[in-house]
Design a protein around this ligand. Structure first.
Ligand code: NAP
Length: 382
């Protein structure tokens, strides 16, 4: 029997890569459900190619243009939740931002395998998600390349032997920019990532290093490890994705070409390596691998993420939610690139910390509070 895969965000960067992996592993998988928000042109092509059992379009207004049997076509978040509760085996959550949180929770409650690309679920509600994973029969396997690397490196090691883990970062398109030059960068320049082709929000987060901050938080919850033992290293070649340091001073590192199909395949194969027909690493062609520490003065977003982890659960929600507001404002030309972390810090400073959140309602209350406050600051400054 083929495994049934539901892809939330099938028209996005991770969603398209997932379909490519499925296309190459047709003996094992079928894309039984696909979901998008607006891109009906591509959705219709995917329907024709993959013949899913169910389809969902988030934006209800687009429903009429979808070429699919209306009885198996759903809309909105209710539609996504219905699809999770069909007979699917694996859910790939490749939705961006806070939109991914409810589907993550529902997938875990339904006892399905969760291949999680939506790191924001863990940033906003890591404690709740971790509890659900430990209490339910489901499994969470990370899709983020760094976390997939660490997941594999940490398998079967004795926790007593572990000293630190390291997440690498390409450094983004502005890694060589002086602080002053960063004030002038445009949204178009920020969208030009040197090594990865990704969706807009994650590409912008890579340019500010907020993405790395989110990944530190993601690692804290996934691997139950204190933030003081999670390191970040800039590694422009994006070949080593994660490293583990042991108490005797030795390291192990995970290397691969920067291609999301590798961690996607690992995740949907439930933590198993499968042969892939894509480009692989040619070690003798690598001229060098370089590493240096991140500059938290030019890229304060990463510092804010560590500080939010120290502060408590609600600070993590504020970090994510204000980041969504600030990123949107930058893309719309309302604030400068360097204003993004300033705005996030301003909202964090106004916030009364709730150290532990184990209720989803509270997450949404803090989320709304942070969005409102972020938007108000932007409006007042204009
Ligand atoms: N791209 C990468 O290489 C990468 C690597 C690691 C982790 N991630 C994480 O994976 C997630 C997705 O990233 P991405 O780069 O694939 O994003 P993306 O290219 O922007 O794709 C987002 C997908 O989600 C759909 N979508 C957006 N909002 C939705 C909503 N409210 N309801 C239903 N569908 C919605 C989009 O539909 P439309 O096309 O119709 O708008 C699209 O299919 C993010 O959390 C990101 O941080 C990405």
């Amino acid at each position: 029997m083929k495994k049934k895969v539901l892809i939330l965000g099938s028209t996005g960067s991770i969603g398209r890569a997932t379909l490519e992996v499925i296309e190459n592993q047709r003996d094992t998988f079928e894309a039984s459900g696909i979901v998008c928000r607006d891109n009906i042109g591509l959705l219709n092509k995917q329907i024709e190619l993959f013949k899913p059992q169910y389809v969902c379009v988030f934006n209800k207004k687009q429903e009429k243009d979808v070429s699919f049997d209306k009885k198996r076509l759903f809309t909105g978040i209710e539609g996504i939740l219905r699809m999770i509760n069909t007979d699917v085996d694996i859910v790939v959550n490749a939705l961006p931002g806070s939109a991914g949180l409810i589907p993550t929770i529902e997938t875990l409650k339904a006892g399905k395998i969760l291949a999680l690309a939506n790191k924001e679920s863990l940033v906003m509600a890591g404690r709740i998600v971790s509890r659900l994973v430990s209490e339910s029969s489901s499994r969470l396997i990370p899709v983020d390349s760094e976390h997939s690397a660490l997941y594999q490196l940490l398998k079967d090691i004795n926790p007593k032997d572990l000293k630190t883990i390291t997440i690498t970062a390409s450094g983004g398109p502005f890694r060589k920019h002086k602080k002053k030059a960063l004030e002038l960068v445009s949204p178009e320049e920020a969208m030009n990532h040197p090594t990865w082709k990704m969706g807009k929000k994650v590409t912008l987060d890579s340019a500010t290093l907020m993405n790395k901050g989110f990944e530190v938080i993601e690692a804290r919850w996934l691997f139950d490890i204190g933030q003081d033992r999670i390191k970040v290293l800039i590694h422009p070649e994006s070949i080593i994705h994660g490293m583990v340091e042991f108490i005797d001073g030795s390291f192990t590192a995970y290397m691969a070409v920067p291609d999301m199909k590798i961690p996607i395949s690992y995740a949907i194969n439930e933590g198993n390596i499968r042969k892939l027909p894509f480009e692989s690493l040619c070690l003798h062609e690598l001229k060098r691998l370089t590493f240096y520490p991140p500059d938290l003065v030019r890229f304060p977003s990463l510092r804010l993420a560590y500080e939010a982890l120290d502060a408590g659960d609600s600070a993590l929600v504020v970090l994510n939610s204000t980041s969504e507001v600030a990123s949107q404002a930058f893309v719309e030309g309302k604030i400068r690139f360097t204003d993004i972390p300033i705005l996030i810090e301003e909202v964090l400073d106004k916030h009364d910390i709730i150290p532990i959140i184990d209720d989803l309602e509270v997450v949404w209350e803090v989320h709304s509070w942070a969005k409102e406050n972020g938007e108000k600051i932007i409006k007042d400054k204009r």
